[in-house]
Design a protein around this ligand. Structure first.
Ligand SMILES: *Cc1c(COP(=O)(O)O)cnc(C)c1O
Length: 426
């Protein structure tokens, strides 16, 4: 009896598509989604009691692995003193201070409950601050599912062939302009035409939502230069990359200071926490100080913040990111080698604890290049790996994640499984 299949069929009766977030449905790769009942470190157990090495990490948050005892204890201890107050707590202050310390471009920060809320609110502040309506984003970047950001918006939407969602009024979408990622010429032309009308540019400083794409430095530098020149707010959406590619986020790796930053995923350690912050001058536009409204019943929730704080504490240990980066790189190198032995056209790369692999000769640099990689091969590879207990993202458009709980044994086991899979793919 396949319990996953049974549960999925029942779920489809009560939940649209059987899932609470589309990419979980295996729509892209085919087959039945896995229902998990437990996780420990790098491992997950499904409803059939099958064990997997997890390279999704709940899409990023589980950077120290599942059921980390210190995080679980922090959550339990906090929960005993009530789950929510709807009033300020000292914990929120501690977290805000830490975020400001670790991400120097953030002078003030507000906590919310998801990445979507963070980006949506950051855009509203940027618009209020500049008194402009237009925003600029890049093809294939995902910034949550707020209306104005669901235009050419990456993985989940890509997987389902909906680059723009139904239900977003044309009147809203018309303020969102999109350009090709890594294209300096297009960027310059756009600013020349409408720079003075752009409230903000929002960008994933390493893209993790059309598989993994690394920015070119001249592109990022030009973006910073143009935003400064035209008084356009530069928003780094570090919901995925923040505390994942480095302790100071992608902005510390590339040494670029955005005006605003959005955070999520890792800062909640598996519970719902998001944050947006940046220059004090911009953040002080927010109510109750300024005219831009933003609020949340559960914002800064004590239990969620305690999980996040403990996670942030653990990742500040010496060499945490050095080791994570090294292990992720050895996974990527091993996969490349395994493909090469078997003559499979394949490439892969990583940044910190994030990686991407592609059934194409070179890593892509833009949305267009991601689209031409061999999806059919990816889907076959995905299932061959899943059968062997290796859980990658169920779509060719998702990045992968390694945690500090992944041992070299885990990684070697994964590479061995990949050798077998590549052999079968030929
Ligand atoms: C995941 C993600 C979001 C959305 O966060 P949610 O918590 O899912 O709402 C926004 N931006 C980026 C870059 C993300 O990876």
């Amino acid at each position: 009896m396949n319990k996953n299949k049974e549960l999925f069929e029942q779920s489809e009766v009560f939940i649209p598509g059987g899932v609470n977030s589309p990419v979980r449905a295996f729509g892209s790769v085919g087959g039945t989604p896995i229902f998990f009942k437990a996780g420990m470190g790098s491992r997950l157990i499904d409803e059939n009691d099958k064990e997997y090495i997890d390279y999704i990490n709940s899409w990023g948050p589980m950077i120290v692995g599942h059921a980390n005892p210190e995080i679980i204890n922090a959550v339990k201890k906090t929960a005993e003193f009530s789950l929510s107050f709807g009033a300020p707590t000292s914990r929120e202050l501690t977290m805000a201070e830490l975020l400001v310390k670790l991400v120097p471009s953030i002078e003030q920060v507000r906590l919310v409950s998801s990445g979507t809320e963070a980006t949506m609110s950051a855009i509203r502040v940027a618009r209020g601050y500049t008194k402009r309506d237009k925003i600029l984003k890049f093809e294939g970047c995902y910034h949550g599912h707020a209306d104005s950001l669901l235009v050419k918006a990456g993985s989940g939407a890509l997987t389902f062939g909906q680059p723009s969602s139904a239900g977003v009024p044309a009147d809203t979408a018309k303020h969102t302009h999109t350009l090709e990622y890594n294209n300096v010429t297009a960027l310059e032309e756009c600013f020349k035409k409408m720079g003075h009308e752009l409230a903000c540019v929002i960008i994933e400083p390493v893209v993790g939502n059309m598989n993994l794409i690394i920015p070119k430095m001249p592109f990022l530098n030009k973006l910073r230069e143009l935003c400064t020149k035209y008084d356009t707010v530069l928003i780094f959406d570090e919901v995925m990359t923040g505390f994942r590619v480095a302790l100071g986020g992608a902005q510390s790796l590339f040494d670029i200071k955005p005006d605003m930053t959005t955070l999520g995923k890792v800062i909640g350690g598996g519970l719902p926490v998001g944050a947006f912050g940046g220059k004090k001058e911009i953040m002080q536009q927010l109510a109750p100080l300024g005219p831009v409204y933003q609020a949340g019943t559960l914002s800064g929730n004590p239990v969620a913040v305690s999980a996040g704080m403990k996670t942030l504490e653990l990742i500040q240990k010496p060499d945490f990111f050095e080791n994570l980066t090294k292990n992720t790189k050895s996974l990527v190198d091993g996969l490349i080698e395994a493909a090469k032995i078997n003559n499979v056209e394949f490439s892969a790369q990583s940044v910190g604890g994030m990686f991407g692999f592609y059934f194409s000769a070179h890593p892509p640099e833009s949305f267009g290049e991601v689209m031409v990689s061999d999806r059919d091969k990816f889907n076959k590879f995905f299932h061959l790996m899943l059968d062997q207990g290796i859980y990658f993202g169920p779509s060719a458009f998702e990045a992968g994640f390694v945690s500090s709980a992944h041992s070299m044994d885990d990684i070697n086991q994964t590479i061995k499984a990949a050798e077998i899979s590549f052999k079968k793919l030929k």
